[in-house]
Design a protein around this ligand. Sequence first.
Ligand SMILES: [Zn+2]
Length: 547
Amino acid sequence: MTSSFAPLDPPAGDGPSSKKRVAYFYDSDVGNYAYVAGHPMKPHRIRLAHSLIMNYGTYNKMEIYRAKPATRHEMTQFHTDEYIDFLQKVTPDNMDSFSKEQGKYNVGDDCPVFDGLFEFCGISAGGSMEGAARLNRGKCDIAINWAGGLHHAKKSEASGFCYVNDIVLGIIELLRFKKRVLYIDIDVHHGDGVEEAFYTTDRVMTVSFHKYGEYFPGTGELRDIGVGQGKNYAVNFPLRDGIDDVTYKSIFEPVIKAVMDYYQPEAVVLQCGGDSLSGDRLGCFNLSMRGHANCVSYVKSFNLPTLVLGGGGYTMRNVARTWAYETGVLVGQELDRILPFNEYYEYYGPDYELDVRASNMENANSRDYLEKIKTQVIENLKKTAHAPSVQLTEVPRTTLAGTTDEDDDILDDEDEDMNKDVRTTKRRWDQRVTRDDELDESEDEEESKANGVVAAKEGPKRRNVSAGPDVEMGSPSPVPEAGSSKVPEPEPTEQLEVEMEKAPETAPVEKSSAAVESSSTDVTMADAPTEAVEPETKTEPGTTAEE
Ligand SMILES: [Zn+2]
């Protein structure tokens, strides 16, 4: 095993540049959603990862937030109104009356209707959008949302377990302030939804390393490089089965280095799909946890504002190990090889160790093959010559919520000044949306507590509310109005239909064959006001670990 660590760089250490302000987004509800029985995509894995992160003490080194779920309005910054309306309306109970729409939007098999589908998408997208918003405002250097990374969702179609493309939504948010955004995808599947969304623009460069050849989604050839203004701004590195740590590193680092040199992005979005790990239920690569994390460490070394997202990953215990380890890499903490005791300890037997190790599977990627592709990819990058510089004059001064950043800053500052000792204030509370769904509340709290997260105390739960301004983008006063059209300041928030219908257990049987993918995750976006979720031991407002 040791040999598999050899090619990797030492953990990003203590150099001054490695100290990052990290914002971590987690909604304790996320693990309660379930696709249908037997479906390989299990949101519970995010809870497993979170539990490790808490029990390793990693939360001490970052700020933890619960984002406001993305609203319908926010989702339609990318998706069509009709598609989002459908996602909001359809439930396991009424799905039979939407059979035509299910076909039209590709909802059914790999992407089944399940209880709370829309809210799940809202959580995923909310974290990515809010993470992007914090990065935009310089409130953190790195934002993490393991519930995001659902890269297959299309503008008006679900795909590969993804419904709402939180990544596209996050990138759209970044583009309000950043001239050029780099998207890097290390999921075993091609990042098709994100590539397609930005295929004709040079303001986003998409770079995807993935299995290609009789594999979902079937796109991502070397020759697919973008069109029009976007020509040469889409990069695809097709791979065969069994790529290992050493060979992955030998292509990833030179390609990313060239991308950085030629494109000079102002922000990076890194999709860390865990299905590229060895032993994944649907994947076919042979990366160890450390080989996978080397990509995270390498991207971090460029010291750019970075949004780190989840994605695919179907062997839950390994996804959790890897995302916890990568969280450690991002905050500069090396995790012990022995797992700490945690509420899901039984998942990690028989060894109860952190590492996900490579296997002895054959690597079908020859050195020669990889060298050829790498050379061609870098040749293409040279054609981008000069990085496009965009006039940012058209960047809207208002947030998606309709308020200006200045308004938010002023209110946030006042709020902070007046409440130095409390981490969650009334203002912050008001900005929070709490769902009142069928999930048992006490159980939920118990669970949060078990996870080491203490939910914000007081405060009424609000249903279908929209919240107000977000801490980040926020507007001055919360307007619980639904559907109103543009009120200048307070954000008209769209109502989240939050009905969690009881799903009949008849959900469609899923069939996701290996050939049909998987990876994605869900989709959503939101930039919501984030509420800081206070870890038990944290006492200072706004404490940033790294600082
Ligand atoms: Zn995948």
